[in-house]
Write a protein that binds this ligand. Structure first.
Ligand code: DX5
Ligand code: ZN
Length: 218
């Protein structure tokens, strides 16, 4: 079967200690870091951008970084994120519908893998024609913008459809994923698991990460 990977979202961590929090997640078994970049336009919230990702990279030269670009103009940040040696650049297709292929190409030229993200209201048909140009598809299971929201079970048919048609595709879920909702994600066929508050707010990060992994791998 396809490899399962757990990527904690640091959105709700103590961001004044971004490096320490990231290192702790990696020490506790995280396979990669899911870095939520928000611009206050595409979503009604702000986080951080490439200057901070670059700083984090100097402290964590070998960690796998995914940037989840919740921004209106994903093309604008490709170059600096490439310079930060981001591994996987995941952008939402909604603001760039007519330019998805162009953005995919630029992301690859900048040396990064391409992730295509869908908001809950975006149907799978919107991304179908681009799947062969992407390394990963992210099915959002909350409205992007904030951590700690309720998991949307009704997104699982999108994951199922992708898994049925693309047995080897990396499929990521993000939003409200924790010990109570991981079963649904695993059954639908997701293999890249983002989890924010469920890991960050837990007293035992290591055991939450291990349990998530166990459920997806079984
Ligand atoms: C939401 C972000 C998520 C979020 C996940 O807009 O994209 O990555 O931080 O947090 P939880 O797991 O708490 O929903
Ligand atoms: Zn995210």
């Amino acid at each position: 079967a396809i490899k399962c990977r757990i990527g904690p979202s640091i959105l709700n961590a103590d961001l004044s200690q971004l490096y320490q929090e990231s290192q702790r997640l990696l020490d506790n078994g995280a396979d990669y870091l899911h870095l939520d970049v928000m611009d206050g336009h595409f979503v009604p919230n702000l986080t951080f951008g490439h200057p901070i990702v670059k700083c984090l990279r100097t402290k964590l030269p070998n960690a796998f970084f995914e940037t989840h670009m919740m921004v209106s103009n994903p093309e604008q940040w490709i170059e600096p994120m490439g310079e930060a040696n981001v591994d996987l650049y995941t952008f939402h297709i909604e603001p760039v519908l007519s330019d998805v292929l162009k953005v995919c190409r630029k992301v690859k030229e900048a040396g990064m893998k391409v992730g295509l993200a869908l908001k809950p209201g975006t149907g799978i048909e919107a991304v179908r024609q681009y799947i062969d140009h992407a390394d990963m598809i992210l099915i959002m299971t909350v409205e992007p913008g904030f951590g700690g929201q309720k998991f949307m079970q009704d997104m699982m048919p999108k994951v199922q459809w992708l898994r049925q048609n693309y047995p080897f595709l990396d499929i990521e879920v993000d939003g409200g994923v924790g010990l109570n909702t991981i079963n649904a994600c695993a059954e639908a066929g997701a293999n890249m698991i983002v989890s924010g508050t469920a890991i960050i707010n837990s007293k035992d990060q290591r055991s939450v990460i291990a349990s998530l992994r166990e459920t997806v791998e079984s």
